[in-house]
Write a protein of this length. Structure first.
Length: 318
């Protein structure tokens, strides 16, 4: 099925007054307006060949950097520059399912950049999904489920390994994620953030988030399906510790599997698969567009950067 939207393409011809350095104000305003309207842009044909050139390209936009090291991301990544890092170190056979970046945390980026450094021999597309379109279709199919998300929020359970696990899409260790060295320091951090936790026999750490919003409107725009429900339901690791549901409403009621299955199918109907060309740069509004990674064969390298960190409190029912 053809996606019901497209990603506008920007080439050097569209920015004749930009010759490196900061973007001219008028060009920056025009690009920002397009990102807000379409959810993302594709920059193609620019002279960007490596991580350092990609870093300079991002710097032209003047957006605040959100360092990976300071994030609560559970993906294993490696920095190439202070701003730029590998998108995900999971094996090629692992699919990264659709999600809003860090929507399961209290701090998330508003804007994302991706750079196609090396393209795969086969596969490796980046699926892009309009979250506003997905929410509209999901509410038509399951109105009571969407209303419950609005009224109760959601909780996520995840398990962080003691040591980095490159075989997993969620392979970042609890030490790196929490930026601590000891279990006591980890517990103090989680206590301050309102998380629940349990220690496993292999020294892994199982977390449950405080209630977080799952349906939101940003900057007076339309409501969006802003969460990590699809990626968690389809791709997060299951563990022997089922003390808490993997996904629950804010009141700890498990989310209905049938609704989550239908949400996955609906999201796929509203997804565009971006097939990378070397040198492509994709600029996304993380509050409007979900993304992921298809499995691939051969060597593939996509680099990423997070911008404009947004902080929020735990969800409080009306």
């Amino acid at each position: 099925m053809e996606a019901p939207f497209s990603l506008p393409e920007v080439t050097p011809r569209d920015l004749p007054n930009w010759h490196g350095g900061a973007l001219p104000g008028r060009d920056q305003q025009r690009l920002e307006a397009w990102v807000q309207e379409f959810g993302g842009l594709l920059f193609r044909g620019f002279d960007v060949g490596d991580a350092h050139a990609f870093d300079r390209f991002i710097g032209a936009f003047g957006l605040a950097n959100f360092p990976y090291s300071e994030s609560f991301s559970n993906a294993l990544r490696f920095n190439r520059t202070e701003r730029v890092f590998t998108a995900n170190e999971a094996p090629p056979s692992v699919e990264i399912f659709l999600h809003h970046e860090m929507a399961q945390t209290l701090v998330f980026p508003k804007r994302l950049f991706f750079f196609g450094e090396t393209t795969a021999e086969r596969g490796g597309e980046t699926p892009l999904c309009r979250s506003d379109l997905t929410l509209s279709a999901l509410e038509a199919a399951h109105p009571s489920f969407v209303q419950a998300l609005r009224e109760k929020g959601v909780r996520y359970r995840s398990t962080l390994p003691s040591d980095p696990d490159p075989a997993s899409g969620q392979g970042r260790s609890w030490r790196a994620t929490l930026r601590v060295d000891t279990p006591n320091a980890a517990e103090a951090t989680l206590q301050a953030l309102g998380y629940r936790w349990r220690w496993a026999k292999d020294h892994a750490l199982t977390l449950q988030t405080p209630p977080l919003p799952a349906v939101l409107a940003f900057d007076q725009g339309p409501e969006v399906f802003f969460n990590q429900l699809l990626a968690a339901h389809a791709g997060w690791r299951r563990t022997e510790d089922e003390h808490w549901p993997l996904l629950a409403f804010g009141d700890q009621t498990p989310l209905p599997t049938t609704c989550l299955d239908d949400a996955l199918a609906i999201a796929e109907d509203n997804t565009l698969n971006h097939a990378w060309r070397t040198g492509d740069i994709v600029f996304l509004d993380n509050t409007r567009m979900m993304h992921g990674r298809r499995p691939f064969e051969g060597s593939r390298s996509v680099l990423a950067a997070l911008c404009e960190p947004q902080r929020r409190s735990a969800f409080k029912p009306a």
